[in-house]
Write a protein that binds this ligand. Structure first.
Ligand code: NI
Length: 168
């Protein structure tokens, strides 16, 4: 197991679409394990493969208190969403920035688990938000894309400043 490097905002890979996972190989299983470990280490509730430099459609999520129940979602697809709500959101690739984002409060998602079984999850609240956030990563989208222009520009400016100072 290993703690992986998390790509930060500005890295080109975060703006590239991930590819469908055709086969759950040994490498994918190992990567999933490392991603779970990396997510816990970074104190996040979700991590998508492109964030660790792999353009593959899968992600890991754990919104539980004890952080012992990771869900590995391969080729996740949101098939239903309702009840939009506003929640504060952050991202391990954009550390220290939290903003309000409007998303579905309830979603249904299909995915394949590490054993190759097809699963369906009905999620609400934080889990529903996490699924939408991670699936966005697979489509090269980031939560700050939902913000009004002026807010996103403030964040981009701040990140530039951090980069200059070597803090990014
Ligand atoms: Ni994120």
């Amino acid at each position: 197991m290993a703690i992986l490097n998390i790509e930060k905002y500005g890295s080109k890979i975060l703006r590239q679409k991930s590819k469908h996972v055709d086969k759950i190989t040994k490498d994918i299983k190992l990567l999933a394990k490392d991603m779970v470990e990396t997510m816990y280490f970074a104190k996040g509730v979700g991590l998508a493969a492109p964030q660790v430099g792999q353009l593959l459609r899968f992600c890991v999520i754990d919104v539980s208190q004890d952080q012992k129940s990771p869900i590995v979602m391969i080729n996740p697809e949101i098939v239903f969403g309702e009840d939009k709500k506003i929640l504060n959101e952050g991202c391990l690739s954009i550390p220290e920035f939290y903003e309000k984002v409007k998303r579905f409060d309830k979603v249904i998602a299909n995915y394949t688990d590490l054993d190759g079984s097809k699963k369906e999850v009905k999620a609400q609240g934080v889990l529903a938000v996490a699924i939408q956030h991670e699936v966005d990563h697979l489509d090269a989208k980031l939560f700050i894309d939902y913000l009004p222009d002026f807010k996103r520009k403030v964040i981009e400016k701040e990140i530039k400043r951090k980069k200059k100072a070597g803090n990014w």
